[in-house]
Design a protein around this ligand. Structure first.
Ligand code: PGA
Length: 256
């Protein structure tokens, strides 16, 4: 039943906000949430360097902290990289993996992301695994095929026990940061398809329990329609998460 699934709104700040700007954003968000709390899960993913202080800033607020990436190996000689257990050790609870910007600009493949998921899960982190098609793939009507591949390649080798710590984010690449959004019907269609794909690999109970978030230009004006879809369990928000009031308004856009 959809209503038993965890509902999650997650902020992906990407490479935005200096240290003080980031903390000010968290303080403002927290003040808004104190005035009007939510029963849903709120996650914020600042850049690595802010994570430790961000964790302190949200102590006792209910806001959870995510990283935007981690390395696939548990530790070792990988200059400049950050491991999953380091993240866990500073209070990070979630990590976003497989974001399309990581795939596009840093050459990350499904196989690499599968390794990262394994390492992150072993370190005790929950994973927000991103999938979604570029524009030309949708135009060729191969979007279902591609998303099925992304889900299957990255997740198929995991035991169902690991899946309880995985959240999926469907983010059509053509909608990220472009102002274009998937229509509520397009989002619902793909989310239902992802759930079917999960059912085929892991069975019905995992498929029903896994939250599937939508990402791609979600904002206060379109969040209600997207979040009202039965298989849309939340959002992964980029641009609109950089303004506390906008992010707060999205958090409060779930149907009552
Ligand atoms: P956007 O980004 O909301 O700015 O489109 C979403 C994302 O990339 O996670």
């Amino acid at each position: 039943m959809p209503e038993t699934r965890e509902k999650i709104i997650a902020a992906n700040w990407k490479m935005n906000k200096t240290f003080h700007e980031g903390l000010a954003l968290l303080v403002e968000l927290n003040m808004l949430l104190e005035s009007e709390p939510t029963q849903h899960t709120v996650v914020v993913a600042p850049p690595y360097i802010h994570l430790h202080s961000a964790g302190h800033a949200v102590t006792d607020t209910g806001i959870k902290i995510a990283a935007q990436n981690c390395h696939q190996e548990a530790n070792g000689a990988f200059t400049g990289e950050v491991s999953a257990s380091m993240l866990e050790s500073v209070g990070v609870e979630f990590v976003i993996l497989g974001h399309s910007e990581r795939r596009q600009y840093f050459g990350e493949t499904d196989e690499l992301v599968a390794q990262k998921i394994k390492t992150a899960a072993a370190a005790g982190l929950k994973v927000i695994y991103c999938c979604g098609e570029p524009l030309e793939v949708r135009q060729e009507e191969k979007h279902f095929e591609l998303v099925k591949q992304q889900i299957t390649n990255a997740l198929k080798d995991f035991q169902p026990g690991v899946l309880k710590d995985v959240v999926i984010a469907y983010e059509p690449v053509w909608a990220i940061g472009t102002g274009l959004t998937a229509s509520p019907e397009q989002a619902q269609e793909m989310h239902a398809f992802i759930r079917e794909t999960l059912k085929g690999i892991f069975g019905e109970s995992i498929a029903k329990a896994t939250p599937i978030l939508y990402g791609g230009s979600m904002k206060p004006g379109n969040a209600k329609a997207l979040l009202s879809q039965p298989d849309v369990d939340g959002g992964l928000i980029g641009g609109a998460s950089l303004v506390a009031q906008d992010f707060f308004d999205i958090i409060h856009s779930f149907p009552a």
